[in-house]
Design a protein around this ligand. Structure first.
Ligand SMILES: Nc1ncnc2c1ncn2[C@@H]1O[C@H](COP(=O)(O)OP(=O)(O)OP(=O)(O)O)[C@@H](O)[C@H]1O
Ligand SMILES: O=C(O)c1ccc[n+]([C@@H]2O[C@H](COP(=O)([O-])O)[C@@H](O)[C@H]2O)c1
Length: 198
């Protein structure tokens, strides 16, 4: 499951858990993005903070892990590169890529969209406020799955912290504490979504 995870929240975790169960996956790998091409004009928390929050959030689940593959690669993060890198690490594995309904609706605009479906099977999951639709996507390459509705977004979590409102129970407890410890979202800790040179 790829994501900016700024911060990771229970919507991500419930979706991943549900896909793991229904598709009987050995492992769900959370892949925090480097510079997401559609978010280059935003302030985004540094990759190390987003990576560490994702590690904290997933640590207790034996089937969850976190990959640095996107944050360690220079340049813009494209899923085509994510999948190629993961294929190298897991040459025998059947790869699935989990996306929420909002991300799925944009997938045809992603880099090398045609090739994406030969590298992984995409699982689109429901998300409150977004229509889950696979129109135009290759039938064999995509499955749609209804997951328990969690009306949570990272944007709302960031806004709540900035306004001094609690994010308890929207994000895992360790992530609440991590955000407080590093004063994320309340003080100037994010940087323009930088494209790192090689
Ligand atoms: N509440 C949710 N339910 C289901 N899927 C979700 C939910 N929130 C995010 N996702 C999916 O998880 C992936 C990573 O999402 P991302 O890290 O961008 O979170 P976000 O809440 O959408 O962030 P932001 O509000 O900053 O855009 C995307 O595929 C997204 O569609
Ligand atoms: O490959 C692309 O062109 C591309 C464009 C936009 C988003 N993505 C991927 O979509 C996933 C969800 O992104 P986000 O920012 O909505 O969390 C994440 O893994 C991104 O790398 C990929």
């Amino acid at each position: 499951m790829g994501g900016t995870f700024d911060p990771i929240h229970h919507g991500h975790l419930v979706a991943a858990s549900e896909v793991q169960d229904i598709f009987d996956l050995d492992e769900v790998i959370f892949v925090p993005t480097g510079a997401q091409p559609f978010k280059l004009d935003r302030d985004v928390t540094t990759p190390e903070h987003r990576y560490l929050m994702t590690v904290i959030a997933t640590a207790s689940n034996p089937r969850f892990s976190v990959s640095r593959v996107d944050i360690d690669r220079a340049g813009i993060t494209y899923t085509i590169d994510t999948l190629r890198d993961l294929r190298q690490t897991y040459p025998e594995a059947e790869l699935f890529f989990i996306t929420g309904a909002d991300a799925l609706s944009q997938i045809l605009t992603w880099k090398d969209a045609d090739e994406l479906f030969s590298l992984a099977h995409f699982v689109g999951v429901t998300r409150p406020g977004h229509e889950l639709d696979d129109a135009g996507l290759p039938e064999a390459g995509v499955s749609l799955l209804e997951v328990p509705a969690m009306a949570i977004s990272s944007t709302d979590c960031r806004r709540r912290v900035a306004a001094g409102q609690p994010v308890w129970y929207l994000v895992p407890d360790g992530v609440v504490q991590y955000i407080a410890k590093y004063e994320l979202y309340s003080r100037k800790r994010s940087v323009r979504n930088e494209v790192r040179d090689g």
